[in-house]
Design a protein around this ligand. Sequence first.
Ligand SMILES: NC(=O)c1ccc[n+]([C@@H]2O[C@H](COP(=O)([O-])OP(=O)(O)OC[C@H]3O[C@@H](n4cnc5c(N)ncnc54)[C@H](OP(=O)(O)O)[C@@H]3O)[C@@H](O)[C@H]2O)c1
Length: 245
Amino acid sequence: MSGIQGKVIAITGASSGIGAETAAHLGERGARLVLAARREDRLKAVVDGITAKNGTAIGVLVDVTRREDLQRLTDTALDHYGRLDVLVSNAGTMAVSPFDDLRQDDWDAMVSTHITGLLNGIGAALPIFRRQRSGQFVNVGSTAAYVVKTPQAVYAATKTAVKVLTEGLRQESGPDLRVTLVSPGFTNTEGVGKGASPEAAAALTQQRDEIAMPPSAIASAIGYAIEQPDGVDVSEIVVRPTVQT
Ligand SMILES: NC(=O)c1ccc[n+]([C@@H]2O[C@H](COP(=O)([O-])OP(=O)(O)OC[C@H]3O[C@@H](n4cnc5c(N)ncnc54)[C@H](OP(=O)(O)O)[C@@H]3O)[C@@H](O)[C@H]2O)c1
């Protein structure tokens, strides 16, 4: 199976930003989508936007930190479409702050969303992909895993974990499965600065407004990795604005 047309693709964090844009991009190209997030109204708006353009999408309320929610997501794909071809693990939180602020709930949220959330997705999708003898994981990392900038250490550490887990999974995946890491740089989404300490949020949103790329840059990178033929693994893509250091 190659291309995007007809593929069953589940996307976490699909209610806004990169996830919503990726859903729209894949929906326009004929994917059958299962979209996941926690905010029901925002998720419904994304699903409705796709179906209004004759795309195929359903929404599932999912908190990726909960193992059973990811199981429900993949079960929904099987119930509705009979298979799952791709899981895009994109849900994330950029609630960055200096260590001295001791925003430990935010540290926990980044660890549980990016690391536990990713593992929950692997746990739910891997047995399906093995049974089908086909499937693709697309994991959304960050350039923060390549260049660590203060006060983003916890965020960068969790995105480094995403990078490491993705590479380890790729090595174990065998000839039938594909595993892709897509690492965005500054991207113009509502998530930049959201939940961050006030100074960090101000600096990040200012930088976003000055240099960020549109989320379509990441959506098309994800689409590129998915549309390759079976047997071609786009293992890693880093996309950043030219002006980002
Ligand atoms: N924007 C950037 O500059 C940038 C750069 C590098 C990497 N990234 C990564 O790109 C991904 C998407 O971020 P974005 O920029 O598009 O920000 P965003 O618009 O805030 O999107 C984040 C998405 O994740 C969902 N989410 C957060 N926690 C969740 C949880 N526990 N369970 C389920 N869904 C959850 C949110 O939906 P709900 O709140 O509705 O659940 C939302 O749909 C993240 O992994 C982020 O780290 C972004």
